[in-house]
Each structure stands twice: as C-alpha cells, then as structure tokens.
Design a protein around this ligand. Structure first.
Ligand SMILES: [Zn+2]
Length: 218
C-alpha cells in the first residue's frame, strides 16, 4: 500500500481495536488504513457534508444522512472557519446595501444579529459581522464599506446608522434594501439554525459566525 500523504511504501503495523489492518509509512512515519469504517474518513464525505450544510440541513440531520457525527461536523466547521479569509471586494465606487438579521444564541432572551453588506452590482457579500446590534458592531461593517469609497450606502431607519455613515452617501428610501433582505431570506432558508418557527437554534455564537461566513464565501 502507498502512503496517502507522501506516496511512499507502507508496511503493516498491527491492528485497530475494531480489527482493521493498520499501516505505517516507511518515509513519513504516519499511521493509516487502506479502508476506513467511519463514514467521515471517506474522501467524498467532506464535500457531501458541505453540500448538506448549505441545503438547509441541521447537524443532526446531516448525521442521519451521511453518518458523520455531530462532534466531527462541529470540528470541521471550526477548522474551516478559522482559515476563512474575509470577503474580498475589488470594485470601488459601488452602491451598497446594509441590513441586520435577528436571531438568538442559547435562549430567546439572548438576541444576536448578523450584520451584512452586499454590493448592488455584483450581489456579493463585502462585509459580514455577527454579534450585538451596537454602534460598535455596525462600525466594523461600515468602516469596511467606507474603505471602498462607496457612491451610496442604503440602510433601514435604524438610528445608530446616522452617526456612522456620512449624510451625503446615506440613503434610507422605501424598498432601498430589497436585495440584502432577499439575501437574508436565503440565509434563513439555507442555514438551519436561522430557520424561524423551528426548534433549531445556535448554542454558540462562534458557530453562527463560521456558518454565515462559510455560506457567504461559496
Ligand atoms: Zn508517508
């Protein structure tokens, strides 16, 4: 058998507790198996997991479909979330829409928001932040937009925006944020924990943060 990391030759090296043959690479010394029993160790499992995740499935739902345990899925999401770079916007002087999506973490009293901004021309997310709906959180997203020297920024009538966005580029027209509201509807449909009127909810804010960023990137 050839090593799955460096393609060198492997030799037999004892057995696993479940009776599967173990191998050890002669060159890099890593232990491995020719076949794995656990579904998460199969090569296409990772891609299937990501597809299921973006199709409105809960982690427990994905466990039923693919056999990958919830704990493994959480570990994968954290790992992906940590290496994820912030969304890149190349266009300058664009029109942007900014809005907040309300959800809760842990219990209904602990309200948290997904604050995101999208470009009107490309429809792509340019900045995203999860947390409380304070001027501090809004400022993170708005500062990112202002660094792109925008033509206009469209928002709802939240008072906190007035002090943060320069008046000459700020617009609060009726139906001015249709595009971003539609994007938030996508989030609510495709991320199970954001579905309304279900018993699914986020227990930790960092998971929500990873998931919305993961969704925005792909
Ligand atoms: Zn090797």
């Amino acid at each position: 058998m050839n090593c799955q990391y460096c393609q060198s030759t492997c030799t037999k090296a004892g057995k696993q507790q479940n009776g599967m043959q173990k191998y050890r690479c002669q060159s890099c010394g890593k232990y491995q198996q020719a076949q794995y029993q656990y579904a998460a160790c199969h090569k296409p499992a990772h891609e299937l997991f990501l597809k299921c995740l973006k199709a409105g499935n809960s982690l427990r739902g994905i466990q039923l479909i693919t056999g990958i345990s919830v704990n493994t899925q959480i570990r994968w999401i954290r790992k992906l979330g940590r290496v994820l770079k912030p969304p890149q916007a190349i266009r300058l002087h664009d029109d942007y829409e900014l809005d907040e999506l309300c959800t809760y973490v842990g219990n209904k009293n602990k309200r948290r928001w997904v604050i995101s901004a999208i470009s009107r021309t490309t429809g792509k997310v340019v900045a995203i932040k999860t947390g409380t709906r304070t001027a501090q959180s809004l400022k993170v997203v708005i500062d990112k937009l202002l660094s792109l020297s925008p033509n206009t920024i469209h928002t709802d009538r939240l008072i906190a925006y007035r002090g943060l966005i320069p008046e000459h580029i700020h617009r609060v027209k009726v139906r001015g944020i249709n595009k971003i509201e539609r994007y938030h509807l996508n989030l609510r449909t495709h991320i199970k924990r954001l579905n309304r009127r279900t018993i699914c909810f986020t227990r930790r804010i960092d998971m929500l943060n990873h998931l919305v960023r993961l969704y925005a990137r792909t």
